[in-house]
Write a protein that binds this ligand. Structure first.
Ligand code: WQD
Length: 337
């Protein structure tokens, strides 16, 4: 069975991707330092999949751990999720972000070249677009100056990958630009596990619904949108996981020295207030929220043009926004049991 290294595979998107990889006939080999995830996720994955998942604890910045994993499991491809991702924290500790997010990619690419491992799918983000001038964004929408060191690490990593491919290193690369991942595995056994106070909207919503947070603050309702709150493209994490599987199989068909980039979103935009109201409707819960000041660095509105991923990878979202908000709440309820 084709083994695929998943760096950060115990994380939110990595764990859901491990499930989808197995369903597609791959063998995931997880490498995670558990700095921003919990090792219990590996047990939950075993419950979902019905067998143990190969997992190593370690930092993919450390070449010796890559050597060890490869000596025991000759993986033929990599999905590189491992990165710090807190926008706010990145402005306080930029070097931590550049060292980890950029440094780990360089170590990984060096290792892949040395061993002749050809396929890598990179976890990028729509944050590289900043505030687009035209919506929806396509893959040729110009990238803008990042609003944070976190966003800049994504841009830099994309540039490193492009240059590495141009150097005829013999690799094949796809960068997936995620929009806003939400939801959880329908089993309720895995989902988003924010450390401390959630930065992101939906985990804050579910924790408020669970009584862990007193209320949600909507960061501004005076923007130029239908209800004044920001617009995002919220994509179910299972759909996002499926996009990685389709990207891998597409890479298998390509020649060496290949690079491409795909937006992964639903193609629809929803406002923050719509998320709150849809959550209330779907889960029959009243949420406590108040309008607060705008959050510095927020993009006002962004959603994806998904024609390219639909036609080239044959990928289409299967889950609705209602599914995402139902699954997020189901997961939160399991967390507080
Ligand atoms: C969404 C909207 C907030 C919390 C960031 C990164 C992106 C990716 C996902 C890592 C915004 C509003 C939020 C709250 C609110 N990062 N909001 N009250 O900022 O679109 O994207 O996280 O994977 O790369 O840029 O996501 O969920 O933080 O915010 O009103 O308590 O919800 O203002 O408009 P964002 P988010």
């Amino acid at each position: 069975m084709k083994k695929i290294l998943i760096t950060g595979g115990a994380g939110y998107i990595g764990s859901h991707t491990a499930v989808e990889l197995l369903k597609a006939g791959y063998e995931p080999v997880i490498l995670d330092d558990f700095s921003n995830s919990q090792s219990s996720v590996i047990d939950r994955l075993a419950e979902i999949i019905g067998k143990d998942v190969i997992c190593y604890e370690g930092d993919c910045n450390d070449k010796s751990i890559l050597e060890k994993v490869y000596s025991e499991h000759k993986f033929v491809g990599v999905i590189h999720f491992a990165a710090f991702k807190a926008v706010g924290e990145s402005t306080i500790e930029p070097l931590k972000y550049y060292r980890n997010n950029v440094g780990s990619l360089i170590v990984l690419l060096d290792f892949m070249k040395e061993k002749g491992i050809k396929n890598i799918v990179f976890s990028s983000s729509c944050t590289v677009y900043g505030q687009p001038d035209k919506l929806p964004v396509t893959e040729s929408t110009p990238r803008k100056d990042a609003e944070s060191p976190y966003g800049n690490t994504k841009k830099i990593c994309e540039d490193i990958l492009v240059d590495f491919v141009k150097s005829k290193a013999g690799v094949k690369v796809i960068s997936l630009r995620y929009f806003n991942p939400v939801g959880a595995h329908p089993s309720g056994k895995i989902g988003e596990l924010p450390n401390g106070t959630p930065n992101n909207l939906v985990p804050y919503v579910t924790q408020t619904a669970a009584g862990i947070r007193e209320k949600i603050t909507v960061f501004g309702d005076d923007y130029d949108t239908e209800d004044g709150s920001c617009i995002r493209d919220f994509i179910h994490v299972m759909d996002l996981a499926d996009a990685h599987v389709k990207a891998l199989s597409y890479l298998n068909e390509q020649d060496d020295d290949f690079y491409d980039v795909f937006n992964v979103g639903t193609g629809n935009g929803n406002t923050v207030l719509e998320i709150i109201k849809t959550f209330e409707k779907v889960n029959r819960i009243k949420l406590n929220y108040a309008i607060g000041p705008r959050r510095v660095g927020d993009v006002v509105k962004i959603w994806a043009d998904t024609k390219k991923i639909n036609t080239v990878l044959g990928w289409h979202p299967k889950y609705t926004l209602e599914d995402s908000l139902r699954d997020s709440w189901n997961w939160q309820k399991n967390l507080i049991k």
